[in-house]
Design a protein around this ligand. Structure first.
Ligand code: SDX
Length: 444
């Protein structure tokens, strides 16, 4: 098909030609950069579902056909053949590492796996039941006080990205140990990235953890499955902060906070909470399906549906297979997996879900797999953040390296009151009818 060069917009009795750009996989974009200057109009796009915020060479998703590629490599090839550290290197640098490059990057990860001893005091400042995502976001922001951001240019960027990827893993494991009131277990140079994490999570001075090679293999695959996903909500948050040229730690902390939302990365925890509610409701799966179809946000089928995939999320398919393999191999019996399978089976035959093209997404099975590894429910979104970190770093780098990248500053369609005459305070009446003010109480 001949490449489309321009689009024409008719606005009232005027018409405007707009340039058209085409991506390397054939996506067509109408470039509206000059729209407001030439026509005075802006576009409106709720949730930016039809708007490309940037050009990016990192990840490609074909939502119609369930395709996911990172730097051109298919997700199945990466999950089956690589370690998470290899894929992290690929995302940040754009090429799979040679054996020598991987060895050096792994050495950087070890060298930068500790956190400043002063940071340990931060943990004791949090209430014992603090959500680990709150701790993670705060600790990552504070890294900028201890580790000055080296340039985003090579060769120091290897150190910067390794430092963040390694320290976030340490902070995640430490926040779990602190929540258990257990002594911290330090990283070890003789362990791989994933083995180190499991050791820091489950070892103790009185009962050393025996590295479970199968779980290390599964953790590598799970983290690869989360490594990046185009301009999703949290990545857009990272790029937005990067567009203001704020430092990498500030951008990553913003990404962690956006990911926390139950409609985004927080969905993996929400799936487990939903499956537990169904289990405790006499495993009434049909009732849960009917409530999800009623359309109330809070009754949605968590782990189902996707803003881009209108087909089965390839990551969900891989996770489901990993669940089946691990559970059969180890004869694990988790009622939540049975309930999840039943939910999927019913939903995929129900017209409500089929007509809206709602399929299981990456969050539907991951929580069940992490549970089987002994990782608690409130740590699930932290695990998502661990996996997503290399993608966020790559997207931050791509933004700050792009000299043409402008600060994110969307426009709006104003719907508020027109100009009003100012009213001095002694002439004002209660503005919002029926509003009940909360009683003023002495805050603790
Ligand atoms: C992630 O963007 C990414 O790439 C994200 C991610 C990544 O790797 O970064 O893939 C990770 O965030 C996965 C998504 C995790 N979230 C959930 O599982 C939460 C449950 N899913 C939804 O809330 C919803 O599907 C979204 C938020 C994921 C997508 O929302 P959309 O595309 O904006 O869809 P929508 O809210 O406009 O819904 C369209 C229709 C509505 O019904 P109608 O108004 O047409 O009658 O579908 C319904 C919705 O009510 N719907 C659901 C549903 N999801 C959408 N109904 C029941 N259960 C659901 N889960």
């Amino acid at each position: 098909m001949a490449r489309i060069k321009k689009a024409n917009l008719k606005l009232g009795n005027k018409s405007f030609d707009l340039p058209v750009i085409t991506g390397s996989e054939g996506e067509v974009g109408v470039d509206i950069t000059s729209l407001r200057k030439t026509s005075g109009a802006v576009t409106f796009d709720n949730g930016f579902a039809n708007t490309a915020s940037c050009k990016s060479a990192i990840t490609f998703v074909d939502g119609e056909n369930g395709i996911l590629r990172h730097r051109g490599y298919d997700i199945v090839d990466l999950v089956e053949n690589c370690s998470f550290v290899e894929v992290a290197y690929l995302l940040v640098h754009g090429a799979l590492p040679t054996a020598a490059e991987l060895k050096r990057f792994s050495r950087y990860l070890n060298q930068h796996s500790m956190i400043h001893e002063n940071m340990h005091h931060f943990f004791s400042g949090f209430p014992a039941d603090s959500h680990p995502m709150a701790i993670l976001a705060s600790m990552v922001t504070s890294l900028s006080s201890f580790y000055p951001l080296l340039s985003h240019r090579d060769p120091t960027f290897d150190i910067t990205s390794a430092r963040l990827i390694s320290k976030v893993r340490t902070i995640a494991a430490f926040s779990y140990k602190k929540s258990q009131g257990a002594p911290l277990v330090y990283p070890r140079y003789d362990l791989s990235y994933c083995a180190n994490f499991l050791n820091m999570m489950f070892s103790s001075p009185v009962d050393p953890y025996e590295i479970d090679v199968e779980l290390v293999r599964i953790l590598n695959k799970l983290l690869i499955l989360h490594v990046d996903h185009e301009q999703n909500c949290s990545t857009t948050a990272v790029r937005l902060i990067a567009s203001a040229r704020a430092n990498l730690y500030a951008a990553i902390s913003a990404g962690i906070c956006a990911l926390w939302g139950p409609l985004h990365g927080g969905a993996n925890q929400a799936v487990i909470d939903m499956l537990n509610r169904i289990k405790n409701d006499n495993r009434n799966v049909k009732k849960a399906i009917e409530r999800a179809k009623a359309g109330k946000h809070e009754d949605r089928l968590m782990g189902f549906g996707h803003a881009v995939y209108k087909n089965y999320d390839p990551r969900a398919r891989l996770c489901k297979k990993m669940c089946d393999d691990l559970f059969s191999k180890r004869d694990i019996n988790d009622p939540l997996l049975d309930i999840a399978r039943e939910l999927e089976e019913i939903a995929l035959k129900d017209d409500y879900f089929v007509s809206r093209r709602l399929y299981p997404n990456v969050d539907f099975y991951t929580g069940i797999l992490y549970r089987a590894m002994g990782i608690p429910t409130n740590m699930l979104t932290v695990m998502f953040a661990l996996g997503r970190l290399p993608g966020w770093i790559a997207q931050w780098k791509e933004t700050v390296e792009n000299r043409k990248a402008r600060i994110y500053r969307p426009r709006q369609i104003y719907t508020g009151p027109e100009k009003r005459r100012f009213v001095p305070i002694d002439q004002r009446k209660p503005g919002i009818k029926g509003r009940v003010l909360p009683p003023v109480v002495k805050n603790l």
